[in-house]
Write a protein that binds this ligand. Sequence first.
Ligand code: NAP
Length: 341
Amino acid sequence: MPSPVTRALEIHLKSRPAGLPNLGNFERVETRLDPPQPGQALVRNLWISVDPYMRGRMVDRESYIPPFQLGQALDGAAVGIVEQSADPALKAGDLVVHFSSWRSHALIDAATAMKIEADAMGKIPVQAYLGALGFPGLTAYAGLRRIAKLQHGETMFVSAASGAVGSLVAQIAKLMGARVIATAGSDDKVRWLTNELCIDAAINYRDNPDLGAALAAVAPEGIDVYFDNAGGNHLEAALAAANPKARFILCGMISGYNTGSAPAGPANIFLAVEKRITLQGMLVSDHVDLMPDFLRDMSGWISDGHIKLRDTVVHGLEKAPEAFIGLFEGANVGKMLVRLG
Ligand code: NAP
């Protein structure tokens, strides 16, 4: 007897945000999914990831990734459990990472899913595959190791350091023997970075409008590497503090994601000429070849306690838009996740 259709809930993009997204830009829609066709599996989502890059996909423009379409479910990374499979590679009960998030259930192509094992020791929760063991972790790992080639004894500065990518950048850089300086948007976050993650110095950028002066005070010897997640005045402060031949990893510039118009360029960009600074943009998707090394190293660091995991968890699919908007308001410490069910 064929399996019955499955009732699913999805979050659709209802309208394109102007400035900071609001709840009215999203719509909760009930739908029905047919049983999987050959090559497909039906997955029930357990955890979904909300990420700042999704804001760029809400704009109808050509980019490195297609824009979200109005009236359709948003997507992104998720961890789910297979309920039905019509592909020999997956069976009911398997845990998978896949890219049909923002919905309770999804029909996925089995070939595009990554099967994961629940950690028998209980040290690595499955949702880590959306954070430290997922793209945020790979971004940090590839940026520091492959692009910056961070060296023991160097000084590294990272912005948005209490978030998913930033907190991993900070911790990996410490493991690589660097002196680490960080910024975050509250005193609690600064305390977490210095007391729990043992970061050398952290600045609450909201309390320090003259970020250049605050950075110079904690980095009198200058910085050798800057991992940019914020752009704007963070990038200007880093240019001012940079040592000759410093390397900048341009990973993200969240301060400009909701401005609606192109932000002013760094006023002091000519320092990049004078100091012969390397400014290198990065996209994590260029570095998936590092996945085996990354998974081996990162699982080891988590298991032996060298990397600490922290999530901010919002419960219920209908709260996904709220979780997403919270990224731009500093509502998260560590990885922002939505737990379903
Ligand atoms: P996240 O850091 O976990 O969350 C975003 C954080 O940004 C918030 O917690 C907030 O913390 C901070 N923030 C918000 N508005 C800010 C502003 N105006 N100035 C400075 N900080 C601000 O997010 P994530 O996923 O790890 O992403 C971090 C950055 O990396 C983003 O720019 C993202 O686009 C980028 N990224 C790039 C790649 C790639 O392949 N290039 C891959 C993943 C992520 P505060 O309280 O500190 O403000």
